[in-house]
Design a protein around this ligand. Sequence first.
Ligand code: ATP
Length: 256
Amino acid sequence: QVSRVDFMASLNNDIKPAFGTNQEDYASYIMNGIIRWGDPVSAVLQDGELLVKQTKDSDRTPLVSVLLEGPPNSGKTALAAKISEDSEFPFIKICSPDKMIGYSEIAKCQAIKKVTLIIKQVWTLRNKINLIMSLIHSSYLLVFQGRKLLIIGTTSRKDVLQEMEMLDAFSTTIHIPNISRGEQLVEALELLGSFQEKERASIAKAVKGKGLWIGIKKLLMLIEMAAQVRKRYFVCLWFLAVLAEKQFGTNIPLRM
Ligand code: ATP
């Protein structure tokens, strides 16, 4: 249970006000766009859209909170940013572990009717958890009375949140999956225009019908690394080798 004293202490000591607008911050989270590499991406965006609609339309639930959970690098923050962008809520605040919401920001929210609050990596905010719990649960939200508030949290440690009994603080959770099939990988490469057509065809042949496991953020990084491979002849081999290594969580150095 968080008392008002705890809450005010947290507000005074733990939280640095974030200055300036959040716009450039926000754009940087979605820098590489949203590649629709398969049905799971559309499903997440559809679920997000429904929640936004619920927040907008329902007077019974003006506060909706959703937790986007999934493995590291699966694209949780970018999808949270995309959902908020599509919501057209005029005020969006992203809270990273290193940047917590400031009092002045909350004050600003009072003037605005519809607010999206994205809390990145919820579990890493251990010492600020009281504050988050308060934000989600407590009467402090009275400042938002008569307003619409959508809180989107992201985490790659659902287990930790569950242990801390914080999962119930969110109205719902949406799972953000990794790319898990060869066909999805190829779709992503095609949409990104990565590799030459011939190279893509041989990658497609190699991964067809196969299971794999890679987050979109990791994939984007691998593609950038592949662009540095000097001997083009080896690029597909290199890419497939690194991809295979990634399945086992090891890092292999850039060779060739
Ligand atoms: P971390 O585990 O480090 O918190 P994350 O899961 O939050 O990472 P993001 O920081 O959102 O991952 O990075 C995803 C990157 O991939 C962004 O640059 C985004 O623009 C890009 N991206 C491309 N397509 C997609 C997609 N379908 N879903 C999510 N992100 C995508």
